[in-house]
Design a protein. Structure first.
Length: 340
């Protein structure tokens, strides 16, 4: 029986490596100092494998990784950006069946979005002394920002309004945490041109992509799909990944990048090693599974009546009256009628 993902190591990132099977073990090979060196990949105890530039993987290695449900992603240098990820046989349906039943209900989506925002706030407010970034997050000014955001969540009546409050939170956090660490902050650079960014923005990017990897892994393993977000827009690719990653990005990606910059560290393998250490020490993957489970139940509590189901069924059919998606529509409607 495979090891539960909440008990596994979270992420392994490889650059310029060949992944293959030897004696029924998944191993990788890298050239170092003119020699080829080989290491084992503990695939039965690994949740996510990220293959970056210059990597290759054999079919046999892919088979063994799939048997242990290890999530494999292909990415650019340093894990940025993510190009594609694996699909592993059949997945559980319990969460998906509940999620699809409430996703069409705007009140349910708002409730789940506010829950995720509250969890994001709690990650700052309830930071523990053993957290690697405790000294950055436990200061009075950071706690004040989090407390203000907590009040804003309660005031939000729509998802766009909530996103506005989240944007204010992010702006204040980035500036204040950088100031607390004694480093300059010129603002968040969200452009696609990496070479034009300063080192701090590059490290935040790299940390964010690790966060997206954790969120994508948890979403996939619970049987949900990233195309059904609650906050980041119904048409944005992978929106649910960003929804879930936002819960812990502040206490993971941002703090790790700022701490590293204050130590004079630059983007690269050392930073990624430190970020993965943050992930392991704070048990982010375990947190993510818990958040998804509770979010699903909160959303599902809004659509337990037959009236909600009938409204959803009529709306789906009216939006796809062309007949092109008849099979898909009938499948979803029948699925919704089943007991979960």
């Amino acid at each position: 029986m495979p090891i539960l993902h909440i008990h596994r190591n979270s992420i392994l990132i490889l650059d310029r490596a060949r992944v293959f099977v030897e004696d029924n073990r998944v191993v990788y090979e890298q050239a170092m100092s003119g020699y080829l060196r080989e290491w084992n990949i503990p695939h039965e105890n690994l949740s996510c494998l990220i293959l970056c530039r210059g990597c290759s993987i054999t079919t046999e290695a892919t088979r063994l990784l799939s048997e242990t449900r290890t999530y494999v992603m292909h990415a650019g240098s340093g894990g940025t950006p993510i190009f594609m990820s694996s699909i592993i046989d059949y997945r559980p349906t319990r969460y998906f069946q509940k999620w699809i039943r409430f996703w069409h209900n705007p009140d349910a989506r708002l409730a789940v979005a506010k829950f995720l925002a509250q969890e994001r706030c709690k990650q700052i407010q309830l930071v523990k002394e053993n957290h690697p970034a405790y000294s950055l997050l436990s200061t009075e000014n950071i706690q004040e920002i989090a407390n203000t955001f907590e009040c804003d969540i309660d005031k939000a009546k729509t998802i766009p309004e909530l996103m506005g409050y989240e944007a204010n939170l992010a702006t204040k956090l980035y500036s204040r945490i950088a100031k607390n660490a004694g480093i300059g902050w010129s603002g968040r650079d969200n452009s696609q041109t990496r070479n034009s960014k300063d080192d701090l923005n590059k490290m935040i990017d790299d940390g964010n992509y690790l966060s997206y990897g954790i969120a994508a892994c948890a979403i996939y393993l619970t049987g949900l799909v990233p195309q059904m977000p609650v906050t980041h827009g119904a048409t944005r690719k992978g929106g649910l990944v960003f929804d879930i990653a936002d819960v812990f990005k502040d206490t993971l990606s941002l703090t790790c990048a700022v701490s590293s910059a204050s130590e004079g560290m630059r983007p690269g393998s050392e930073f990624r090693k430190k970020a993965i250490g943050y992930i392991e020490k704070t048990e982010v993957l375990r947190l993510t599974f818990s958040v998804i489970e509770r979010a699903t139940e909160i959303g599902f509590s809004y659509v337990s009546s037959p009236e909600d189901l009938k409204t959803y069924e009529e709306d789906i059919i009216s939006n796809h009256s062309s007949g092109i998606l008849n099979k898909e529509v009938n499948f979803i409607v029948n699925l919704l009628k089943e007991d979960v």
